[in-house]
Write a protein that binds this ligand. Structure first.
Ligand code: ATP
Length: 343
């Protein structure tokens, strides 16, 4: 049987684990000799947080480098004229004369397929796999139902013109969401970003400072929340912080993973504790995003992104009781809300 070549197009801005895991899972079900990840050209965007075409292509190469069957393909970005899938398919027919072609798309594209250039010809020229994408229905437009097949084996029985719906791995993520997270200054978002991008792609984004609005922590944070928390605690112990308490709020907060509370015996001590923590973390490459209250010295807040530190005079700490507020009251409210939603 002629080898099967997949064409998986996208803007990949950036390429994420939603793409990668879905295609990896698909490859376990359908035997592809090769899948070309075809980078789409995109008109220069006013929004400056997008990556350039070269950066998108570089990220694609990085994200695919461990799988020999995946090819980062620049055929569409090299084309001078506007680039359409039908042109890519025709170019592939000339390039891979002995192969069968299959275009792979996510479920969100299913409903706009009819707007694609030379739609009828395109549908007939290749086979199609539509990968389920969380949040998008798998309802097939009526004009396509006659093309549907039930299984990958049935798809392989036809040289072209058939469509198979694949329940891919359910990674609920999009490049748009990730770009938004990457531009935010909060720590917990970085954790989300880490869950959906490969380490090497994150390193490239950091090195190139892509998607950054100003001085985003993503460029700085080379430590995970646990490590930041441990360094902050060390720094507080170095200058005799009293009653240090670290509360894990990752499950109830979307702004940080840890809140640390510590008491200082005087204004000077409070300021010294905050300074000790900021200096230590700065020396490790983690720049505080914000520091508040250091002029007065009753309550200093230092925001390290994933970890927020509150240094307080004991009477202020007793009065506001942040520990109870977060560890008990907020937790109760969040759990109650989750129960009501049935999460
Ligand atoms: P954006 O949010 O910028 O539109 P995207 O995350 O949808 O980006 P694209 O580069 O546009 O990514 O997607 C390329 C292809 O991958 C499309 O066919 C899309 O439907 C599919 N796709 C994207 N994310 C997922 C996912 N989480 N699961 C399955 N398919 C996906």
């Amino acid at each position: 049987m002629a080898p099967l070549i997949g064409i998986f197009g996208g803007t990949f801005d950036p390429v994420h684990l939603g793409h990668r895991n879905a295609v990896d899972a698909l490859c376990k079900t359908l035997e592809f000799a090769q899948i070309n990840w075809v980078l789409s050209a995109r008109p220069p965007h006013k929004d400056q947080v997008n990556a350039t075409v070269e950066q998108r292509f570089e990220m694609l190469k990085i994200a695919l480098k461990d799988e020999p069957r995946y090819v980062a393909d620049d055929i569409e970005i090299k084309r001078q004229a506007p680039s359409y899938t039908i042109d890519t398919v025709k170019a592939f027919q000339q390039r891979y004369t002995e192969s069968r072609l299959c275009v792979i798309i996510g479920g969100d594209s299913l409903h706009s397929l009819h707007t694609w250039r030379q739609y009828d010809e395109l549908m007939q020229t290749v086979n199609w796999v539509v990968m389920h994408r969380p949040g998008y229905s798998f309802k097939v437009p009526s004009e396509l139902t006659s093309r549907l097949v039930e299984s990958p084996a049935q798809l392989l029985e036809h040289a072209s013109g058939k469509l198979w719906l694949y329940q891919a791995s359910d990674y609920d993520v999009s490049s748009t969401q990730l770009r938004a997270k990457l531009t935010q200054k909060r720590g917990a978002q970085q954790t989300i970003v880490r869950n959906f991008l490969t380490e090497d792609v994150i390193n490239y984004i950091q090195a190139q400072k892509i998607y950054m609005m100003g001085d985003s922590p993503v460029t700085k944070s080379i430590m995970n929340p646990e490590q930041i928390k441990d360094h902050v605690i060390d720094a507080l112990e170095d200058v005799k912080g009293q009653d240090i308490k670290a509360i894990n709020i990752a499950d109830i907060s979307d702004f940080a993973d840890y809140m640390i509370v510590v008491s200082g015996s005087s204004d000077t001590h409070v300021k010294a504790l905050a300074r000790s923590a900021s200096d230590k973390l700065r020396s490790q490459g983690v720049k505080p995003l914000n520091e508040d209250g250091a002029d007065v010295g009753e309550w200093v807040l230092v925001d390290f992104g994933d970890v927020v530190l509150h240094v307080m005079r004991p009477e202020v700490r007793n009065y506001y009781d942040l520990e109870k507020l977060w560890d008990e009251d907020v937790r109760k409210l969040v759990e109650q809300a989750r129960d009501e939603r049935g999460d």
